[in-house]
Design a protein around this ligand. Structure first.
Ligand code: S3P
Length: 261
């Protein structure tokens, strides 16, 4: 055997060790999940995640291959998140609720923590049309926009393990709700009109509120929509005075309860 052949054999042995370590690591991730579930512990533990990252940084500090190894670890950590997400949610998580209820913020956090694909409906529609939402309303009217919402929602039925953040009007069409429920669980986020007003008062990208951005109008429109939102929801979460982490934990717990876990 020449040197080159010997090195290749050593490399193959190394790869086998990496595979074995990864299999072992994934099995430990599953054990941690099962432990948290058994003892009703919080699934999301950002502080622990940060600690793990600091430990890695410390370990890699003087390593010649620091960048390369860090890159691989980012992948490994993302995959761990995906293992957790797949175990917890075999369906799409569909967030509905009034403008400013926190759908985008919560979706964004969840998609990061579980490495799940995020579909922000307004953003997706806006990108496809190459126009802002207010411009779509102004140019083609609300009905046109609502039809785009329905079309996108139908497309999402071929996906699973995604987070879908709906625009505030999506759950108002019965046809849309039927689509959402085909392979998704619907989570309604609520907040008081005062909280909503505080969250949306400085934005002008919501044509429905244009010229009507005040607590009274919000309260009235919210009341008109309430019944439809509630009828669509599998789970309801009230978001006033809660942190993003608290809301996400409540969401996960309630979804797990739906599955009888
Ligand atoms: C709408 C809500 C908006 C956007 C559009 C219409 C509504 O989404 O889809 O301006 O009818 O409530 P957000 O709830 O994300 O603001």
């Amino acid at each position: 055997m020449n040197d080159l052949e010997m090195y290749r054999e050593q490399l193959a042995i190394c790869d086998d060790r990496i595979i074995d370590a990864l299999v072992e690591r994934n099995a430990i991730v599953e054990k941690i999940m099962a432990y948290k579930e058994k003892y009703g512990m919080a699934i999301l533990q950002p502080a622990q995640e940060a600690k793990q990252e600091r430990r890695l940084e410390e370990k890699l500090k003087d390593n010649k291959y620091r960048e390369e190894i860090r890159d691989v670890f980012q992948r490994i950590l993302r995959n761990s998140k995906r293992i957790q997400a797949r175990k917890l949610f075999s369906y799409n998580i569909v967030l509905i609720g009034f403008m400013g209820a926190g759908k985008s913020t919560i979706s964004d956090y969840l998609s990061t923590m579980f490495d799940m694909r995020l579909v922000e409906m307004d953003q997706e529609i806006s990108e496809r049309e190459e126009m802002s939402i207010p411009d779509i309303f102004a140019t083609y009217g609300e009905e046109y926009f609502r039809n785009l919402e329905t079309k996108l929602l139908k497309e999402m039925q071929s996906e699973k393990n995604c987070i879908i953040s709906c625009g505030g009007g999506v759950a108002l069409r019965e046809e849309n709700v039927v689509e959402m429920k085909k392979n998704g669980r619907v989570v309604l986020l609520t907040a008081s009109p005062e909280t909503i007003y505080e969250r949306v008062k400085d934005s002008d990208d919501r044509p429905i509120l244009n010229g009507n951005n005040n607590v009274e109008f919000i309260a009235e429109l919210m009341e008109k929509r309430r019944e439809k939102y509630e009828a669509a929801a599998d789970v309801v979460i009230q978001t006033d005075n809660k942190t993003i982490l608290q809301i996400c934990e409540e969401l996960i717990t309630k979804l797990m309860e739906l599955d009888g876990r």
